[in-house]
Design a protein around this ligand. Sequence first.
Ligand SMILES: Cc1cc2nc3c(=O)[nH]c(=O)nc-3n(C[C@H](O)[C@H](O)[C@H](O)COP(=O)(O)OP(=O)(O)OC[C@H]3O[C@@H](n4cnc5c(N)ncnc54)[C@H](O)[C@@H]3O)c2cc1C
Length: 450
Amino acid sequence: MNPASLQPASPQPPASQPLDLIILGAGAAGMMAAIACGEAAMHNGWPMPRMTILEKNARPGIKVLVCGGGRCNLTNAGDIDFLIAQFGRNGRFLSPALRHFDNAALRAWFAAQGEPTHEEHDGKIYPDSNQARTVVDAMVRRMAQLGVLCHAGPTRAATQIQWNVTSKLFTVCTADDTTFQSRYLLICVGGQSYTRMGTTGDGYRFAESLGHHIITPRPAIVPLLCRESWVAQLQGVAVPDVEVRIETPGPLPRLATGKPTPSINDLLFTHFGLSGPAVLNLSEIVAELLEKFTPVPLRVDFLRRHSRPQLSAMLHTWHDESGRKLVKTMLAQLLPQRLAEMLCHLSDIPPDQPCAALTARQMHTLSEYLKACRFHVHQTRGFQEAMVTAGGVRLSQVNPNTMQSRLNPHLFLAGEILDLTGPSGGYNLQLAFSTGRLAGWTIAQCLANG
Ligand SMILES: Cc1cc2nc3c(=O)[nH]c(=O)nc-3n(C[C@H](O)[C@H](O)[C@H](O)COP(=O)(O)OP(=O)(O)OC[C@H]3O[C@@H](n4cnc5c(N)ncnc54)[C@H](O)[C@@H]3O)c2cc1C
């Protein structure tokens, strides 16, 4: 559906008359908030709120379109406690939003819009269409049914916000110098990662201008650059089920994230370093540590299902019973071939060396590379490539039961702009949908109560 064709079902007020609600950002949170606001009014027989979304991109939901590689991993099947745990120390903030609209409710909502979903590996939930496009279409369709007006395009980007304490109205100025006024304002313009998708950190400036404190944003779910130049030769090699640990000289410093390590998942070698979920899910912690020291050492266990004694016994069996086979050939039964060859090379095992010629020293060095391969991370790929932004609006200034600012009851905040970050796996979209839904529903109630 062409969003430009989104027409209000109910008449919009003349330009001079304030709106009930302005939503900044038509991403996952903003669209769900608008829908919730309209659905709450419809279900309760309240007057339909006069609301407008201002969106910087030419169309709503552009970032959702790239989610999950274009397939949109829209939530995760874990129970509420599991979902909360994924967000580390700040996760408890999400409890009311998830109880208001959890993953089951989200899936039921999309199913009711003709978008059934299914579960895949690691509890990841995808639309049956396997296309993010249909997820966005379903939301845009529902907004049109509810009469939500969306002004989209670079000229409609919000540039400035003012709150008039006497008239109790917000004035939002857009890039083309148009002004909009409203009784309530919901800011859900996302973070400052993947800036080419319109998310350039504007929301932090807006929130700060309204008195909110911003926890320093940093890139999260982001690939890492490491000093080991040999990784470039393995570009594109994916290694399933590895364990990645951060290895600091002393105890790990107390981290703001409060997130667990190690990380167990798949690892991907890139031309500059490391990626894949096992690394991406640790990257927020690494980014925080890089502010304290460089490089941050990582230790990777490529064969986490083999204990060291088991591995040693296996190498001796190769030596004794498969002596004519090449070491790299035996290793390639356990690991991707290119990685097997590289680890042999690093262990000073020539490509044509048979197992019978394995020395005790080679076995020891190879075991070290297999069980505790060291990488030294000196940088992340930054906001340009980070999937989400850690940090954001300080949670103690937002009421978790409503998403209402504690500084101004007419102001609401939802989605990635908040100081909440989950790992990859559908958690961040669920965060956006749940907080957006709760904000929209609460605003409808506030409007109904006058
Ligand atoms: C490549 C990639 C893949 C991802 N895959 C997944 C996945 O599969 N599952 C998952 O859970 N999460 C995924 N994420 C994360 C997910 O996209 C975000 O967590 C989620 O979109 C945040 O929702 P939001 O509504 O808070 O912000 P956004 O979806 O970022 O929406 C914010 C909107 O605000 C608009 N905006 C910004 N500034 C202004 C302004 N000044 N005025 C008006 N509008 C403005 C932006 O254009 C944008 O449309 C992925 C992210 C990336 C980058």
